[in-house]
Design a protein around this ligand. Structure first.
Ligand code: DX5
Ligand code: ZN
Length: 215
């Protein structure tokens, strides 16, 4: 069964505690927490103080997506602030292997992320070390963008690769996910669907969970 990870970027931050309670009650599986530094991506979002506050009010899995330069400088802090999963962009560091080991040293699930323009084959040397791979299906930096269809073949490639090599990393997708594009990702083998604007635009948050899970 596919897991649903609402991206808090699209929630009402003035009502954060209530939003998180509603997300949990909706049957979603993971909270996706987008960190942007205004350097790696042309936008600034949320960071450590919000993560620490959030950790105190929820027992849901928190999936921290680091869209920042020099991620090694901040990995320890984001692990200690309460993340359960942490992902680092392949494009953000020349030392992706070391960054992944740094996350694992905190006993957190470690993920590598790639932008739409990065070939998925670049990941082959690291796939044996990661717990999950995050495929960006839009260019990171903003919510509410349209899904880039050419990224679907990356999911297919990863699904085949893990079967052939007997690996069990999960495949997560992020950006422009709605009922239609989510179904396409699932069909290619995606395990976790991140959804921001599509999820939070609903009055009743159970609705997008049912639609994305297809039940
Ligand atoms: C984009 C972020 C996403 C974003 C997704 O840079 O990584 O997590 O919030 O938003 P939607 O689902 O609206 O594309
Ligand atoms: Zn994200």
């Amino acid at each position: 069964m596919v897991k649903i990870a609402p991206s808090l970027l699209a929630c009402d931050f003035a009502e954060l505690k209530q939003e998180v309670t509603r997300v949990k009650e909706s049957g979603a599986d993971i909270l996706h927490f987008d960190v942007m530094d205004g350097q790696f991506v042309p936008n600034i979002s949320i960071g450590l103080p919000i993560l620490e506050s959030l950790r105190k009010v929820t027992d849901m899995m928190i999936d921290t997506h680091l869209m920042i330069e020099n991620p090694e400088q901040m990995i320890d802090a984001f692990c200690e602030a309460g993340s359960d999963m942490v992902s680092v962009h392949f494009e953000a560091t020349p030392h992706i292997h070391r960054a992944i080991q740094q996350i694992k040293a905190h006993h957190k699930l470690a993920g590598v992320v790639i932008n739409p323009g990065t070939p998925v084959e670049s990941l082959s040397q690291i796939l044996g070390d990661v717990d999950f791979v995050l495929i960006m299906t839009v260019n990171p930096g903003f919510g509410g963008q349209s899904f880039i269809e050419s990224t679907l073949s990356k999911i297919t490639w990863l699904d085949e690769y893990r079967n052939e090599h007997d690996l069990n990393f999960e495949i997560e997708v992020d950006g422009g996910v709605n009922e239609e594009t989510g179904a396409l990702c699932k069909a290619q083998g995606a395990d976790i669907l991140v959804a921001g604007s599509y999820y939070f635009k609903h009055e009743d948050y159970k609705e997008p969970v049912h639609k994305l899970k297809g039940d």
